[in-house]
Design a protein around this ligand. Structure first.
Ligand SMILES: [Zn+2]
Length: 210
């Protein structure tokens, strides 16, 4: 098992990088945000609880996040790529107790760039395909290229929610980096670059572990 954690602000491209890594190295992509959105769409008990917090721009309480992760791990996988988890010290304690973490990759991005990327991001409400109005908009304005459904901001991408999340992130990330740095497993990558360049650097790190 090779277990990787990607840490980065929203907009740092960690979701994209996690997906690329998962495909390339046959790892399970643990995306708690997407898993929660699926639960919310399906109106599961976990989804109903998560939605209340996300709408207010709050993080979902840990016990529900842990439950979500446990439920989504399948047997017979080569490893895990954690995307957007852990976010807090408590979650970091949990993850090292539960899994052997080989590498933390911190995708570093200035706050202003992160805000700009997030506010330009839209998503298909039906199939989940994401677009950037800055760099990769849908072909027809407001319509998904994939399925023809309506494309718009995510419920948790309203400006107040974004600012709240970004400031929470900065505050908590320094604690996380210090925590994992004790084991010498943190590598910082400049995320203010194109996807391919970031991917090359990240793949090199993971490739060396496999
Ligand atoms: Zn779609």
């Amino acid at each position: 098992m090779v277990n990787i954690v990607l840490i980065g602000k929203q907009g740092s491209g960690k979701g994209t990088q996690a997906k690329l890594l998962a495909n390339k190295f046959n790892l399970k992509h643990i995306n708690t945000g997407a898993f929660f959105r699926k639960h919310i769409a399906d109106k599961t008990p976990l989804g109903i609880i998560a939605e209340k917090h996300i709408r207010k721009g709050e993080l979902v309480p840990d016990k529900y996040v842990f439950q979500l992760i446990e439920e989504s791990i399948e047997p017979h996988i080569k490893g895990l790529v954690f995307d957007g988890f852990p976010r807090t010290y408590e979650q970091a304690i949990y993850i090292v107790k539960r899994y052997e973490i080989d590498q933390i990759i911190f995708l570093d991005l200035p706050v202003e760039i992160a805000r700009e990327r997030i506010t330009s991001r839209v998503e298909c409400h039906l199939c989940g395909k994401t677009y950037s109005l800055l760099t990769a908009p849908p072909i027809k304005d407001g319509i998904c290229d994939n399925c023809g459904s309506v494309v718009g901001s995510r419920a948790d991408d309203k400006p107040e929610a974004i600012d709240k999340r970004l400031s929470e992130f900065v505050e908590k990330t320094n604690i996380l980096i210090d925590f994992f740095d004790k084991d010498g497993i943190v590598t910082t990558i400049n995320a203010n670059d194109v996807v391919d360049n970031v991917n090359e650097k990240v793949s090199k790190i993971v490739g060396d572990l496999i």
